[in-house]
Design a protein around this ligand. Structure first.
Ligand code: SAM
Length: 237
């Protein structure tokens, strides 16, 4: 489907994301699911004036609007949310699908710091953004106006269940040699707890998967215990 151009808007990114997530595979499906994930939002000229973020340091959380720049421009009215097993369909506007008109994204992230040494960079955590994501706008989050803990949330009423994660000895050994051992371990655990395998993959399988996080390649597999419950094991970093 295509719209007429008469009412089109041209939007210019105000910044770009440098992220712990170099690839789409493994990125949690919503912000907040991997609090250990870090990113830098580097503002671009002419928006990189420290004046434009004056007062922002007093806010703990921000809304980011961005473009799903690695999604195709094509979209359709019905999508299959992974939450529903990848089979049932809902309307694109009833979903957070990345295949949508205008490819606009919206994420609530935590602001950890502001670096104004050379231009402006915001230090963020708990995001769900691919490296290189173009950011269109930043707004401070207002919990008294925007938090709705009793809201109904359709087919996604609560956070997805978490999958247990184990690290084999070789992976622990690699981790122990890194300066960022604690935060990288937390990131790997939080990302794998979402079971990033495709929705139709359930339970144990012999295949080894790879997910890139920060500068490492994490190899993992799905195992089952005696009760048939699945856990993911990090076999190599
Ligand atoms: N909270 C967001 C929203 O609704 O706008 C994200 C929902 S979407 C289901 C989350 C997924 O978007 C992530 O798991 C990741 O695979 C994908 N993603 C993140 N940044 C992207 C980008 N720049 N281009 C395309 N896909 C991206």
């Amino acid at each position: 489907p295509s719209a007429s151009n008469a009412d089109a808007f041209a939007l210019t990114p105000i910044g770009r994301i440098e992220s712990d997530y170099p690839d789409k595979f493994g990125i949690p499906r919503q912000p907040g699911l991997a609090p250990a994930a870090r990113a830098r939002l580097v503002l671009l000229p002419p928006y990189d004036d420290p004046l434009s973020v004056r007062g922002l340091e007093a806010f703990s959380h921000l809304w980011l609007t961005f473009v799903f720049h690695h999604s195709p421009e094509r979209w359709s009215p019905l999508v299959r949310p992974p939450r529903l097993g990848g089979n049932a369909k809902v309307g694109v506007f009833a979903s957070r699908s990345t295949h949508r008109p205008n490819r606009l994204g919206l994420s609530l992230v935590e602001l950890k710091g502001i670096d104004t040494d050379n231009g402006v960079a915001l230090e963020l955590s708990g995001h769900d953004l691919l490296d290189g994501t173009p950011i269109l706008d930043i707004k401070p989050y207002l919990p008294w106006a925007e938090a709705q803990p009793d809201a109904r949330a359709g087919f996604a009423p609560a956070a997805p269940p978490q999958c247990p994660v184990a690290f084999c000895a070789a992976a622990e050994e690699t981790l122990s040699q890194r300066e960022d051992a604690a935060s990288l371990r937390a990131l790997i655990g939080q990302v794998l707890a979402q079971d990033p395998r495709p929705a139709y993959r359930k339970g144990a399988e012999s295949r080894i998967y790879g997910v890139r996080l920060r500068d490492v390649d994490v190899r993992f597999r799905a195992l089952a215990n005696a009760a048939g419950e699945t856990r993911l094991e990090v076999v190599e970093i």
